[in-house]
Design a protein around this ligand. Structure first.
Ligand code: GLN
Length: 320
């Protein structure tokens, strides 16, 4: 493969990944794990792994790609897709908007003062509203089975420790849920809405699982290995657009400029990225920046985007 910057150097995909992970490792010292969920604070913040799943279904890995960590906010993508499939567009976007909030993921200020609905489904208030809705239609087991299929990973289970840790420190999300209830946005009661929300956040995945999910989103919702359609085309298109504009919280604009790939982060350290028609990328790097995004993970993605021309507006896309 020719170097995408035209320097005439041959690099394999694995070499590019190794270099990006080695460079990214220098960043982990600058970030912190998410101690507001005590169990997440116990994770080694120096972990860093990246996995790419290419169109042919092959996985390319570097670093800590087999360690299980909790999916956290990346589950908001799955819940949004499930809501669109189960409840339809109108019902879903009736109560949750599709605009970036510019606020932190757990903010309730705008919801309280300036709006009658959450700005988008990728922040806590939006995802709790969606979980409330979903909890009336499907069970957690149904959501787990969907997650396993989308990630092509049958070993995904609930991480009980993280689930109980978050349920024991749920005040802020409870405040959001009660505020939603006061505005008539919750479909179910606060307890059941939050229970599904936190269970979905507590699913144990790997960078590999996220790369598999990314490939399915990159392939219009079809599992390219079996040919099975898992999500409708319109659902996938909507989810990717919202990932691009809202997936990295109040860091979404800069990330779209610098990386240019629809992505979704979680405070467990994961990032899911979708390079349309080409690949899914999964990252694990639990040291977070102030906005709650993996600090080294973003560094890796910036490097991969520039070296492999992954930016959605890049010209001259090379063959891999
Ligand atoms: N479970 C976390 C919370 O609700 C998810 C947040 C995140 O990943 N940004 O606070």
């Amino acid at each position: 493969m020719a170097d995408s910057r035209g320097m005439g150097i041959e690099h394999s995909l694995e070499e590019i990944l190794d270099e990006a992970v080695n460079n990214g490792r220098k960043m982990t010292a600058l970030g912190k794990t998410a101690t507001y969920i005590p169990e997440l604070g116990r994770v080694n913040k120096d972990y860093l792994g990246v996995c790419i799943c290419t169109e042919d279904g092959r996985y390319h890995v570097s670093g800590d790609t087999d360690i299980r960590f909790t999916i956290q906010s990346i589950s908001k993508v799955i819940s949004l897709a499930a809501a669109l499939e189960q409840c339809g567009f109108e019902k879903t976007f009736d109560r949750v908007g599709m605009e970036p909030s510019g606020d932190s993921f757990d903010s309730l200020v705008r919801l309280d003062l300036a709006s009658d609905h959450p700005s988008n489904p990728m922040i806590n208030s939006g995802a709790i509203a969606i979980a409330s809705h979903l909890s009336c239609e499907v069970s957690f087991e149904w959501m787990l089975a969907l997650t396993r299929r989308l990630c092509m990973d049958e070993e995904i289970t609930l991480d009980e420790k993280v689930y109980h840790s978050e349920m024991g420190h749920i005040s802020r999300n409870k405040a959001i849920a009660y505020l939603l209830e006061s505005k008539g946005i919750l479909e179910n009661n606060v307890e059941e809405s939050l229970d599904l929300y936190v269970r979905m956040c507590s699913l144990g995945v790997t960078a590999r699982s996220l790369a598999g999910f990314g490939l399915i989103l990159a392939s219009d919702g079809i599992n390219p290995l079996t040919g099975e359609r898992l999500l409708h085309s319109k659902v996938v298109q909507t989810v990717k657009a919202i990932m691009l504009t809202c997936g990295m919280y109040d860091g979404s604009g800069r990330f779209a400029v610098e990386v240019g790939v629809p992505s979704k982060s979680g405070v467990g350290g994961g990032i899911l990225s979708v390079v349309d028609k080409r690949m899914g990328i999964g990252i694990f790097g639990p040291a977070l920046d102030a906005k709650g995004n993996s600090i080294a993970g973003q560094h890796v993605l910036r490097e991969l985007s520039s070296r492999m021309r992954l930016h959605m507006f890049a010209d001259n896309v090379p063959e891999y």
